[in-house]
Design a protein around this ligand. Structure first.
Ligand SMILES: [Zn+2]
Length: 551
């Protein structure tokens, strides 16, 4: 890339970083405005103001918005279009402690760090002294990535007579929280596609990229992305007084057995083309008893972050039901063992405990209750929905749980049971296998971009961007069986949690990430490698775009 573009990227990076935009604050609106203002200075948008606009997040308390810009080549009437995305929000800044006031001022912060360099971790200190890095909140995740896109749009716009095809850039808000920016942009993209008969080729993100392990010198380009589900469990035990402990069944013990069975268990890793997803990890486990008493808890809940490369919601649901059954059985076995030992010690008669494994999906529970009470079940569910929607302190996870609780409470069966369901959100994985022409074209475009980029860095392309991101919204499974397994087992879907699944299916895009390089995203030592990010990233992005559009 030529020097002027690199300098321009640095300039925009600093400008965007200077505008604090912590997720779920009004700073997000300000940074959208900054992006809009920079783009509106481009002659093309002065001449074509309709090609630059805001997309509001519907019903957003803060009034947040994303920016959507189209740049149309004039060389031919080509409908081919590449979509570029970048998020403009960041995580909070409290981790900077006394340096909080400098978190958004990269040059000043870098100087401040020099004053306290002896307190910094060794690798940070070395990077600081090298002068090769810029520090600041969001500079790496991912304002430099946005700057790369913006500077390329500026550059390309100077000679549109020689540019074939179109580019769309969406600068989206709220990525670090609920992705409401990207979720509201997706229907706009579908609308544009239909109205103008555009031929979308790929969805390209420039979110950050970093080393995958200690001493890793590779610089990655990721084609495709990891997905995420949140398998969740509602565990109903049998209450008892602590004085008659073996008469009860502690839901905490079953929940613990489920954690033991699933947490970080490599059996649940997805492997595609040798790339292994991380195993599931608990994000929450608690009982639902609100008071202190000498009665044991009656119910408990837990849920996992479950990364996917190939497993679909229906498959994950089955695996989780199986795991819950095994955990339930092992709890019963262990209780019987201990009860037998206790009876021997206490010289009492041992009778096998009465517990039976019972594991249901939410859909199965719903059907059982529906059989018993008919349509009044749906009435009760919508009454509760309405009530819960009014309370903003109830988040999407809590909402799902309350639905499960309600349906279970309406069931005549009071015996111990584990109900398996999904909590929001859902991020589909996108596996770019190369079987479809669009996938093949993208893999070729990336391959060619890497091969023609002269650099000392070791460039490697891999499948599956490893971080949960807005890229997941570029497609969704089309199989009705998969979608219904998700919808029917995620209480609150379409009510408290909305996902434009049909629009995602319509887009059906192969996705990729060509990131800037740096270290320590989401830490106060977050830093950007200037040379790679300002020189190599833009070249790779530019070449990939050109290869796709000129194919
Ligand atoms: Zn990011």
């Amino acid at each position: 890339m030529n020097k002027t573009i690199s300098q321009r990227i640095e300039e925009i990076t600093i400008k965007l970083t200077n505008q604090l935009s912590v997720v779920e604050t009004s700073g997000e609106i300000n940074v959208s405005q900054t992006v809009y203002d920079i783009l509106s200075q481009i002659d093309y948008y002065k001449d074509n103001p309709n090609d630059l606009k805001f997309v509001n997040v519907p019903n957003d308390k803060l009034g947040r918005k994303s920016v959507l810009a189209i740049l149309r080549g004039k060389k031919t009437q080509s409908k081919k279009t590449v979509i570029l995305i970048g998020h403009t929000d960041t995580v909070g800044i409290s981790d900077y402690g006394p340096l909080m006031d400098y978190a958004h001022k990269p040059y000043e912060l870098t100087e401040k760090f020099k004053e306290i360099s002896d307190t910094l971790p060794e690798d940070v200190r070395l990077d600081l002294e090298s002068g090769k890095y810029l520090f600041g909140r969001g500079i790496f995740d991912m304002k430099a990535g946005d700057a790369v896109i913006i500077a390329l749009l500026e550059e390309i716009s100077k000679n549109l007579d020689d540019f074939e095809g179109n580019l769309i850039y969406a600068a989206v808000c709220d990525e670090e929280s609920n992705s409401s920016g990207m979720i509201s942009v997706i229907p706009e993209l579908v609308k544009l596609k239909k109205e103008e008969n555009l031929d979308y080729l790929a969805l390209l993100d420039t979110d950050y990229m970093t080393s995958e392990y200690e001493g890793d010198e590779n610089k990655y380009i990721y084609v495709g992305t990891v997905g995420k589900l949140m398998p969740s469990f509602y565990v109903v035990g049998k209450e008892t007084h602590v004085g008659e402990s073996f008469k009860g069944l502690d839901p905490n013990q079953i929940a613990s057995a489920i954690t033991e069975r699933i947490n970080l268990n490599a059996d649940f890793c997805d492997i595609a083309e040798g790339e292994v997803s991380l195993p599931p990890i608990t994000l929450k486990q608690r009982d639902l008893k609100t008071e202190y008493s000498v009665q044991i808890a009656k119910t408990s809940t837990l849920f996992f972050n479950y990364a996917t490369h190939i497993s679909t919601p229906d498959e994950v649901l089955e695996k989780m039901k199986q795991a819950a059954s095994e955990a339930f059985q092992s709890t019963i076995d262990s209780l019987n063992r201990e009860y037998k030992r206790f009876c021997e010690l206490a010289k009492r008669k041992y009778d096998v405990l009465p517990w039976k494994v019972n594991v249901l999906s939410y859909k199965e529970l719903y059907e059982k209750v529906k059989l018993e009470i008919g349509d009044s079940l749906d009435e009760k569910i919508s009454e509760l929905s309405e009530l819960l929607l009014k309370d903003e302190s109830i988040d999407q996870r809590e909402f799902s749980l309350r639905m499960v609780q309600e349906v279970h409470n309406l069931w005549s069966n009071r015996e111990p049971v584990v109900v398996v369901y999904f909590s929001p959100p859902y991020y589909p994985h996108i596996y770019v296998e190369g079987k479809h022409p669009k996938e093949k074209a993208l893999l070729d475009a990336v391959d060619k971009a890497i091969k023609t980029t002269k650099t000392d860095y070791k460039l490697v392309y891999k499948k599956f961007f490893p971080y949960i991101s807005d890229l997941s919204y570029g497609a969704a499974p089309k199989d009705a069986k998969i979608i219904s397994a998700l919808k029917n087992n995620m209480p609150g879907f379409g009510v408290k949690y909305n996902l434009p699944l049909e629009d995602m299916q319509e887009l059906d895009l192969p996705v990729l990430d060509i990131g800037t390089f740096g270290k320590d995203a989401h830490k106060f030592t977050e830093r950007l490698d200037k040379k790679y990010s300002f020189e190599v990233t833009p070249e790779l992005v530019y070449k990939t775009i050109i290869n796709l559009l000129n194919d």
